[in-house]
Design a protein around this ligand. Structure first.
Ligand code: HEC
Length: 174
């Protein structure tokens, strides 16, 4: 199970009784679940469960377990909706849609994320593909510079790289 999920479950169990009076079984079970605003349960854990990183972060170090753990949570929050929870990307990701936009590619070894050096991946994530490519290129890959600070971007990339087999990690251009 992922670290984020554990915290979320733990919080779900503590929040439900707090919000709705004495915990109970049977009849009260129904009232409990309908009276608990789900948004409270899902919004809180992200604040408390982010792993802390020691020292300054300057690079996508896939061998740093704290960085990778933070990156996994941020990836699931910010990237998984398009790039897939297992980094699998969207179906037919090589084929542009009717408006000329490419779907989100996989970030695992079947994609071409690993064809780019870290610095390029950082730029794409920070400013988005339109700004990165320039020349009026249109893309659904927005920049995350407003949502993620530089350390968090490195953390997400560290997580993505940690999922590549050693062979692919070594093949990535530096
Ligand atoms: C709204 C959907 C969406 C979200 C959310 C999203 N992406 Fe993307 N991403 C795309 C699409 C679409 C492309 C392909 C863009 C293109 O080539 O036109 C892409 C491409 C990329 C690329 C370039 C990959 C390559 O092989 O060239 C990187 C790196 C990337 N995304 C990282 C991220 C990261 C990291 C996150 C989360 C912080 C993220 N993306 C969130 C849609 C998304």
């Amino acid at each position: 199970m992922k670290p984020g999920t554990i915290t979320l479950l733990a919080l779900a169990f503590t929040l439900i009784p707090m919000g709705c009076g004495p915990p109970g079984r049977g009849e009260s079970g129904q009232a409990l679940s309908s009276a608990t605003p789900t948004v409270e349960v899902t919004a809180t854990p992200t604040e408390v469960s982010l792993p802390q990183i020691e020292g300054p972060v300057d690079g996508a170090d896939a061998s740093n377990p704290q960085l990778v753990a933070l990156g996994e949570i941020l990836y699931q929050q910010q990237c998984a909706s398009c790039h897939g929870a297992e980094l699998e990307g969207q179906p037919n990701w090589k084929i542009r849609d009717e408006n000329g936009f490419l779907p989100a590619p996989p970030h695992d070894e079947t994609g071409h994320t690993w064809h780019h050096p870290d610095e390029q991946l950082f730029e794409i994530t920070k400013i988005g593909t339109e700004a990165f490519v320039g020349r009026g290129y249109r893309s659904n890959m927005i920049g995350f510079g407003d949502q993620l600070d530089d350390s968090e971007i490195w953390a997400v990339l560290a997580y993505i790289k940690s999922r590549w087999p050693a062979r692919i990690q070594n093949a990535q251009p530096k």
